[in-house]
Design a binder for this molecule. Structure first.
Ligand code: HDD
Length: 715
């Protein structure tokens, strides 16, 4: 047997090397047909005479059109809209006492990864800024095989049992009669389902919070959601939950911004991820684990197997064990991002499943769906899905077989093939399932330990800051405001009241409705007399923890402005000295500085130097930026003052609570906007201020103290 070869940190990545064998570069190459024939004309079909009919003989035309006719494959039934990148995972310290997985014991490895982020409900071409859960799927190409951690940006899921997944998705997708609305949960069928399936309420309140509209895919947390198992060399298992913590903190936009961004740049998240990697600002997440000894399985007020529950970090702290860095964009969207197939069933020795009924169902669904999406059970042979190293087994043939297996034998056991490929025992790295003792009745039911549907949504809501709670109330009001059936709105109001009375009162007022006194019976009737859920739900909430810090974005990191986009509003004659000073300070902190001018092309500063304009004001919007800076220069300011869109730009920046810095002469411009009413009393507005203060204000993401007063600015 070959000696084990370690992946050295100096190698780019074994996966990138493997993929590069498949790269095709047409540079300096002749055009050929699919059978390798050089092509002389790809513009005209073969005709009987210049003005005559096209001939069936035209194999060049047929091949070109035939390929075109088949370019599309079915989009993913969920998570159709996504963006992905390559990178690596590094372990800080071995956790061999918990797991025998090479990825968790060998700190010298750089394990190649491919991560795909997605929205759930929308089609492939829908906006990035939909209010939705975000998929956070990571494929680790480990030396022992591929491990897929297919998670989301929220730590809990909508439902508890895979059996309900088709119902959930059918309710949230566009309604089947008119295919409306696209990429939106704000419609009757979704709330009909949610109100009759109260286990959804926890994930739902996360979606109603700012987590549902991230500022960037790079500024989201990721969660494996299910409780998994880590298994060590001795066969001892621990329960584990996986967390991804972003280096840039967790930040979001407001709903109004999301709506505007969808119009201004519906690829906002995709572009942001691509540009950051392209510019060498590689997104990073630390991997954390929450570990629960098997003997503590029943210690908590919730069931560890229930995927609608999180373990508060106050109860089980997150232990950081490594980091993921995304450092390379795909070469080809279709071949990599579209064809990548994640399977929660892809695990490696040292990691194992639990009996979470949602996870168990997923183990079937993902392999199955690839057949209709990718068309062949050989999808694992696609370059992006191939594990590192060759694969030998007795599985054969079928559509699109790309390997050429040699030899007479395709069965086991055999002597004619020398007994190969041979089986591996545990000590040789063969996967062995964790031996779990199960004594049970075969039963179609839900455990009563899954039936508390209100305690954790209430804990989440209590843990939010005032501004976050306000956003949640606005989100519920918007979503229910879009529903047309009043009984559905009322059922939801009643359920929100079980989470928090003030919240439901605010939403009811916005809807012009009353919170009903009792809706318990109609809900149970609608669920059906025999449904297992009816026996247990909905239960009154418990309060086992007042609040949990990690649940609020107001407790995230505010220590960096890396890759934040700063709009510099300038025209001919702007002050080079002031601009240069600010630009140098911002770029030192790795922010991206863009000049926005009254026109495209170039502008000249007061030192007569030419500067490239990044966008004309006519082609961009303030919602695409994190902060605004206006350099001095009387001529420049006069010119900007002539164009009302700059004033709108400033008012919007103000309204969405972002940092604003102007040099002294720029005051003339901000005094034409609403900023004049805020500038003397706002921690994120600077007139002739210090660059360092502006930088801290950008790092704080937003000045929410301004929100109440600024909310009525008309833009
Ligand atoms: Fe799923 C895709 C995440 C439950 C069935 N799911 C998919 C993707 C993510 C998740 C991130 C996109 C992967 C990619 O980028 O290609 N799904 C989750 C999480 C769940 C979950 C975190 C619960 C904790 N999913 C779930 C259930 C089922 C599915 C219970 C079915 C019973 N999911 C699918 C699917 C998809 C999918 C239909 C669509 C495309 C694909 O699998 O490859 O099979």
């Amino acid at each position: 047997m070959c000696a084990k070869k370690k992946t050295s940190k100096k190698e780019t990545s074994k996966k990138i090397d493997q993929l590069s064998n498949y790269h095709l570069d047409g540079k300096d190459q002749p055009m050929k047909t699919r059978q390798g024939l050089k092509v002389n004309d790809t513009h005209n079909s073969l005709k009987a005479g210049e003005r005559g009919p096209t001939l069936l003989e035209d194999f060049l035309l047929r091949e070109k059109i035939h390929n075109f006719d088949h370019e599309r494959i079915p989009e993913r039934i969920v998570h159709a809209r996504g963006s992905a990148a390559h990178g690596y995972f590094e372990l800080y310290e071995s956790i061999e006492d918990l797991s025998k997985a090479g990825i968790f014991t060998d700190t010298s490895r750089r394990t190649p990864v491919f991560a795909r982020f997605s929205t759930v409900a929308g089609s492939k071409g829908s906006t990035d800024l939909a209010r939705d859960v975000r998929g956070f799927a990571v494929k680790f190409y480990t030396e022992e095989g591929t491990w897929d951690l297919v998670g989301n940006n929220m730590p809990v899921f909508f439902i508890q049992d895979a059996m309900k997944f088709p119902d959930l998705i059918h309710s949230v997708k566009p309604e089947p009669n008119n295919e409306i609305p696209q990429a939106a949960s704000a419609h009757d069928t979704f709330y009909d389902f949610v109100t009759l399936t109260t286990e959804t309420l926890h994930n739902h309140i996360w979606v109603m919070s700012d987590r549902g509209i991230p500022r960037s895919l790079r500024m989201m947390e990721g969660f494996g959601i299910h409780t998994f198992r880590l298994v060590n060399k001795k066969g001892k298992a621990h329960f584990v939950k996986f967390h991804w913590k972003p280096k840039l903190g967790v930040h979001s936009v407001t709903w109004e911004e999301a709506v505007k961004i969808s119009g201004a740049d519906s690829d906002f998240h995709r572009r942001d991820l691509w540009d950051a990697i392209d510019q060498g600002m590689f997104p990073e997440w630390e991997l954390g684990i929450q570990v629960v000894p098997e003997e503590d399985e029943h210690k908590y007020d919730f069931d560890l197997l229930d995927p609608t529950k999180l373990i508060p970090e106050e109860m089980v702290p997150v232990q950081i064990i490594g980091k993921m860095v995304l450092n390379k964009n795909p070469e080809n969207f279709f071949a990599e991002t579209e064809q990548v197939a994640f399977l929660p069933g892809n695990i490696v020795p040292g990691i194992d499943f639990t009996n979470d009924p949602l996870l168990q169902g997923r183990l079937f669904s993902y392999r199955d769906t690839q057949l209709s999406r990718l068309g062949s059970h050989n999808f694992h042979q696609l370059p992006i899905n191939k594990p590192l190293g060759d694969v030998h087994n007795n599985q054969r043939d079928g559509h699109m077989q790309m390997d050429i297996p040699k030899g007479r034998t395709a069965y086991s056991p055999n002597t004619l093939g020398g007994g190969c490929p041979y089986l591996n025992g545990e000590t040789d790295g063969g996967f062995t399932h964790y031996e779990e003792k199960i004594e049970a009745h075969k039963i179609r039911n839900r455990s009563e330990s899954f039936s508390d549907h209100f305690s954790q949504p209430a804990l989440f809501y209590r843990s939010l800051s005032d501004w976050e709670q306000k956003h949640v109330a606005e989100a519920y009001s918007f979503e229910l405001g879009k529903c047309e059936v009043q009984t559905i709105q009322e059922r939801m109001l009643w359920l929100i009241a079980q989470i928090d009375k003030n919240l439901s009162d605010t939403v009811a007022e916005n809807l012009g409705l009353q919170v009903p006194k009792d809706i318990d019976k109609p809900i149970n009737q609608a669920i059906g007399a025999d449904a297992s859920e009816k026996k247990h739900q909905p239960k009154k909430k418990k309060n086992y923890l007042d609040s949990s810090e990690a649940l609020s974005q107001s407790n995230t990191k505010f220590d960096t402005i890396e890759s934040r986009k700063i709009a510099v509003l300038a025209s001919d004659g702007f002050s080079m000295k002031q601009f240069k000073k600010m630009k140098t300070a911002l770029e030192k902190e790795k922010a991206i500085v863009n000049i926005i001018a009254p026109h495209g092309g170039t502008i000249k500063c007061d030192e007569d130097m030419t500067h490239k304009v990044d966008a004309s004001i006519a082609t961009t919007e303030s919602v695409l930026f994190d902060a605004v800076y206006i350099p001095g220069g009387k001529k420049s300011i006069d010119k900007l003052s002539e164009n009302k869109k700059f004033i709108k730009f400033l008012n919007e920046t103000l309204k969405y609570c972002k940092a604003i810095s102007v040099d002294k002469e720029g005051e003339q411009l901000i005094d034409m906007s609403e900023i004049k009413n805020f500038k003397n009393n706002d921690a994120a507005i600077f007139v002739n201020g210090k660059a360092s203060d502006f930088i801290s204000a950008i790092a704080n993401h937003r000045n929410w103290n301004r929100a109440k007063e600024a909310q009525n600015i008309a833009v």
